[in-house]
Design a binder for this molecule. Structure first.
Ligand SMILES: *Cc1c(COP(=O)(O)O)cnc(C)c1O
Length: 232
């Protein structure tokens, strides 16, 4: 049997997102299609089906895909960096992406602000939170969010839009619910202080229904849209 067409997969995922939002009585979140390790042709196929926002984990891979695709498309795509950002990639990241979800320390705030082209719109920024305090994991501590948010808000080249998290991948997505709930609380506190904050990025292929129930406004979905990823 052949795989379902990209447009079919997209419609299925959108229908599942819609159903989860309705069941929870929440607004429907945005879909970010996570295209890491997928070829540019797979992105083009999904874009042709109407999906316009894509997430990449690696700065160079994202830049190469954007360069390959932008000239061939009528409408430009919206590119999000969702993987860890090293300061030495800040210049390319600031040129390539419209959003960065993985801001977790002051040095990348300063590096991105310094490198964002003043003629481009401000770079949309989410703070990544290590909400369960996992050792060795990316993300700032919950008690660091306020200061990091203030640092972003002080940068005219950056636009503070919200928070992102990747909970511990407990096999049962139900066990990820407390982390999503804690994120929603942090998000509400942040939004009360920063009126432009409107984005809570959480939920992936196997747990987005739980994330939506807990208040995600953007879900990041790869496998359910593209099928399994090729190895890196
Ligand atoms: C890969 C990745 C995703 C998508 O994961 P799937 O399980 O394929 O949906 C979402 N967010 C981040 C940060 C990722 O690295």
């Amino acid at each position: 049997m052949s795989q379902p067409a990209p447009s079919e997969r997209l419609q299925q995922v959108l229908a599942r997102i819609d159903a989860a939002a309705r069941a929870a009585g929440r607004p429907r979140p945005r879909l970010l299609a996570v295209s890491k390790l997928q070829p540019a042709e797979a992105v083009a196929a999904l874009a042709a089906a109407g999906q316009l926002a894509f997430g990449e984990n690696y700065v160079q891979e994202g830049a190469a895909k954007r360069q390959a695709l932008d000239p061939a498309l009528d409408a430009p795509l919206e590119w999000h960096l969702i993987g860890h950002l090293q300061s030495n990639k800040a210049a390319l990241a600031a040129r390539t992406f419209h959003w960065v979800h993985s801001i977790d320390r002051r040095s990348v705030v300063d590096a991105l602000a310094a490198r964002r082209n003043p003629d481009a719109p401000p770079l949309n920024v989410l703070l990544q939170v290590n909400v369960e305090g996992e050792a060795g994991k990316a993300g700032c501590r919950p008690d660091e969010v306020a200061a990091l948010a203030a640092a972003v808000a002080a940068q005219p080249r950056l636009a503070l839009r919200g928070l992102m998290a990747i909970p511990v991948p407990h096999p049962d997505p139900e066990d990820r619910r407390p982390a999503f709930r804690a994120m929603k609380q942090l998000f509400d506190e942040l939004a009360a202080r920063h009126p432009a904050v409107d984005t809570l990025s959480m939920g992936m292929s196997d747990d987005f229904a739980v994330a939506i129930a807990e208040g995600a406004t953007l879900v990041r979905i790869g496998t359910a849209l593209f099928g399994p990823r090729p190895p890196r």
